[in-house]
Design a protein around this ligand. Structure first.
Ligand SMILES: Cc1cc2nc3c(=O)[nH]c(=O)nc-3n(C[C@H](O)[C@H](O)[C@H](O)COP(=O)(O)OP(=O)(O)OC[C@H]3O[C@@H](n4cnc5c(N)ncnc54)[C@H](O)[C@@H]3O)c2cc1C
Length: 335
């Protein structure tokens, strides 16, 4: 008899898991509480290992075609001087591919279209707990996973920093992060001739400024002379700003409980400083399809928890307000 899998969450991890499980012979239903895939969203960096996972799902080339390959990468000071440049050619030789930037809506659309061909996708259905009557339940319900709370009693924890993000209607060739004292600003291209930007800073939890986020950005970054920051900051409009506090998943003793398996941010949400969360959700999905729930837990828990620690360390470095020259020297040596 065909085994059945129910997936809670039709985000990046849930849709990818649906395709991966179908490939291994499962009959899959995805329950997503949103009614539609978001129409706007900022860029995600897809690392080579994630592109290989997308290849396994049969959509890697679509992501490469629609995305923007990362040709350069720099860390800069607020005055525009370079701290360090990344050698992307060397990275490609070492890792076998380039990082590709693709917007969240574009990636979700590609995954959704592929999943729709092989699974039962039920958008607009919120699941209240892991009570689905299926052989396997996959909780891909994100950093605020209700399933994780029910099974492990672990709520998401505030990471101490907040992020502003957005996209702008003009192209850029800049791939840079500009690091100040305790804050940073990033600029990259996005598909469709757009510019993707993001900023982060340490802040108390929930300290939002409705209607005045742009003023907050100007207060922090307004004095920076880096030309990319000045250009982007001058073009941002209040209604184009996405603002989120950053939360992480506490380290779990297992990603598996009975017939319920946690993947993606539900299992290991990390700070976005390495740009790896979505990548790891995709790799989780492929591992789950190939190795089964026990093999996935063994294969992926240690790796993802190590990455989460490294991302936390990178976030800590960003937040340092003192000894900035020392921090920059460490970055130069590390990169
Ligand atoms: C500022 C920022 C920048 C980032 N940049 C990058 C990057 O460059 N590269 C990268 O790889 N990652 C990046 N990430 C991380 C990435 O966004 C996440 O790791 C990724 O979205 C996790 O995917 P997921 O499917 O596990 O969870 P989510 O994307 O959160 O999806 C969970 C889904 O579950 C649904 N859901 C929740 N509860 C229920 C329920 N009860 N019933 C039904 N549906 C439910 C939600 O509606 C949602 O669609 C970034 C994150 C942030 C915050």
């Amino acid at each position: 008899m065909t085994k059945t899998a129910g997936i809670i969450g039709g985000g990046i991890g849930g849709l990818a898991a649906a395709i991966a499980l179908h490939k291994s012979g499962w009959q899959v239903t995805v329950h997503e509480r949103q009614t539609t895939t978001p129409a706007v969203g900022t860029a995600l960096g897809m690392w080579p290992a994630a592109l290989r996972a997308l290849d396994e799902l049969g959509v890697g080339d679509r992501v490469r075609e629609q995305g923007v390959p990362q040709r350069a990468g720099e860390l800069r000071r607020p005055d525009g001087r370079r701290i360090v440049a990344m050698d992307m050619d060397r990275m490609e030789r070492r890792l076998g591919d380039r990082i590709h930037l693709i917007s969240r809506p574009a990636l979700l659309t590609i995954l959704r279209e592929a999943a729709a061909e092989v699974c039962d996708l039920r958008f607009g259905t919120a699941v209240e707990g892991p009570e689905l009557l299926q052989d396997l339940v996959v909780a891909a319900d994100g950093v605020f996973s209700r399933t994780r709370e029910d099974l492990f009693g672990e709520k998401a924890r505030y990471a101490g920093s907040t992020a502003w993000r957005g996209t702008l209607d003009f192209p850029t060739e800049t791939f840079a992060e500009i690091w100040g004292a305790g804050v940073k600003f990033g600029v990259t291209p996005q598909e469709g001739g757009r510019t993707n930007w993001f900023a982060s800073a340490g802040a108390p939890e929930g300290d939002f400024h409705p209607g005045a986020e742009l003023a907050a950005l100007h207060e922090i970054f307004g004095g920076w002379r880096d030309p990319a920051v000045a250009r982007v900051l001058g073009a941002i409009r209040e209604d184009g700003i996405l603002r989120h506090d950053i939360y992480v998943t506490p380290k779990l003793p297992s990603y598996l409980s009975g017939n319920v398996v946690l993947i993606g941010d539900a299992a290991h949400a990390m700070t976005p400083d390495l740009g790896r969360g979505a990548c790891e959700a995709l790799i989780d999905a492929v591992s789950l399809g190939k190795d089964g729930a026990i093999g996935y837990d063994q294969d992926r828990r240690r790796t993802t928890q190590r990455l989460a620690r490294m991302a936390g360390a990178a976030a800590w470095m960003t937040r340092q307000r003192h000894a900035v020259p020392l921090r920059n020297a460490v970055l130069r040596a590390a990169l």
